[in-house]
Design a protein around this ligand. Structure first.
Ligand code: ADP
Ligand code: MG
Length: 362
């Protein structure tokens, strides 16, 4: 039996599902990431686990015990919110000590625990300071320290890094993962950023529209998205999505997107899943498209519409036969708007989705 089991949880607000039939299990010492766009139900799910919101259906089982009707303070669960309420008139020390004082622990025991957790989180230097002097990262670590100081059986982290800027967020996500390894706490971590979820979690669940669409490790999810929605959500920069007619010829699969022909040698299992002559949704990431200034046997001529700089990578929007294709430019290639380039689509990385169900076929 898993450490925590979330069983068939559903919750409706004003007749609409905020969560629909959620099933998840978490092993002891694991950090499960839940990634989903805003409004997908992340906070609602954590609040249900914490006991702050009552589900319409389903149950929560912690260490074999059904806690669905257990009041929050008796669950042994700590939750850190997106904007954690840190008391402005109290020092870092008093903020962290707060839950222990509520429990009526002796002051010497409180002091020992606060210093231990402050040492662990690298915030000893701010214990005597008031929150107004904290940086964003320090503020978040004080909130985390306050959640950890009670030794919770389960830690719920609801987008704890959302308010921090990108660089600190990246640092903090790596650091969180290391911390979790060190102290072995079991945690659920939510974020709207799939890449952050992949960094922090041992596994990631993708929550879209109140439903779990896929659970797995980053490679599974990035390489084999279960459906188009997941592919679109995890693809950064945005996915190229085309409609293409697919034809089967001997051992070849031909995809025709606006007069652009792509060919791929396929195996038998794929042949059985594809109907020749039918239109499918074809998805390719910008990194799966090669751009060059000279033609090659399988390339198509295009014209650069727009160049965007994304830090370490450059993205170009290229018009090929009236279709706009977004591609990551190879390092060192300098092109500008209006330039003629040649693009080659990596057919082995092309994903084919059913046009109706949007489920991945290949
Ligand atoms: P997330 O944390 O992923 O952004 P939430 O769990 O906050 O998503 O919200 C999921 C959905 O439920 C949203 O459509 C939101 O508007 C709705 N919702 C959440 N809490 C309430 C509430 N107390 N009353 C009405 N609707 C709510
Ligand atoms: Mg939320």
């Amino acid at each position: 039996m898993a450490f925590l089991e979330i069983k068939n949880i559903s919750k409706k607000y004003r007749g609409r599902y905020a969560l629909k039939n959620i099933n998840l299990s978490i092993e002891k010492g694991e950090i499960l990431s839940i990634a989903g766009p805003p409004g997908s139900g992340k906070t609602t799910l954590l609040k249900i686990v914490a006991g702050l919101v009552k589900p319409d259906e389903g149950s929560i089982v912690l260490e074999g015990r059904d806690i669905t009707d257990t009041p929050p303070h008796l669950r042994g669960i700590s939750m850190v919110f997106e904007i954690p309420p840190v008391y402005p008139d109290r020092t870092g020390y008093d903020n962290i000590a707060f839950p222990l004082r509520l429990k009526g622990l002796p002051e010497n025991e409180i002091k020992k625990r606060v210093y231990e957790v402050a040492e662990l989180l690298g915030i000893k230097h701010i214990l005597h300071r008031k929150p107004e002097t904290f940086s964003g990262g320090e503020y978040q670590r004080v909130a985390l320290a306050r959640a950890l100081v009670t030794n919770p059986t389960l830690l719920l982290l609801d987008e704890p890094l959302k308010s921090l800027d990108a660089k600190i967020r990246e640092q903090m996500s790596i650091w969180l993962k290391e911390l979790q390894r060190k102290i072995g706490v079991t945690a659920i971590y939510t974020t709207h950023d799939p890449l952050e979820a992949f960094t922090v979690g041992t596994r990631t669940a993708i929550l879209i529209g109140g439903e779990i669409k896929q659970i797995g490790d980053p490679i599974d999810i990035l390489e084999k998205p279960s459906m188009l929605e997941v592919d679109e959500y995890v693809s950064i920069p945005a996915l190229n999505i085309f409609t293409g007619r697919v034809e089967l010829e001997d051992d070849k699969l031909k995809v025709i997107i606006n007069n652009v022909f792509l060919e791929k040698v396929i195996d038998k299992t794929l042949r059985e899943r594809i109907e020749s002559g039918k239109e499918y949704i074809i998805a390719l990431r910008p990194s799966d498209i090669k751009v060059s200034t000279s033609p090659s046997p399988h390339s198509f001529q295009g014209r650069v519409l727009l160049v965007q700089y994304l830090g370490s990578r450059t993205l170009a929007s290229i018009e090929v036969n009236e279709t706009t294709i977004r591609a990551i430019l190879p390092r060192g290639l300098r092109v500008g708007e209006g330039d003629i380039v040649y693009v080659e689509l990596d057919v082995d990385r092309m994903r084919i989705y059913d046009p109706d169900s949007k489920i991945r076929i290949a």
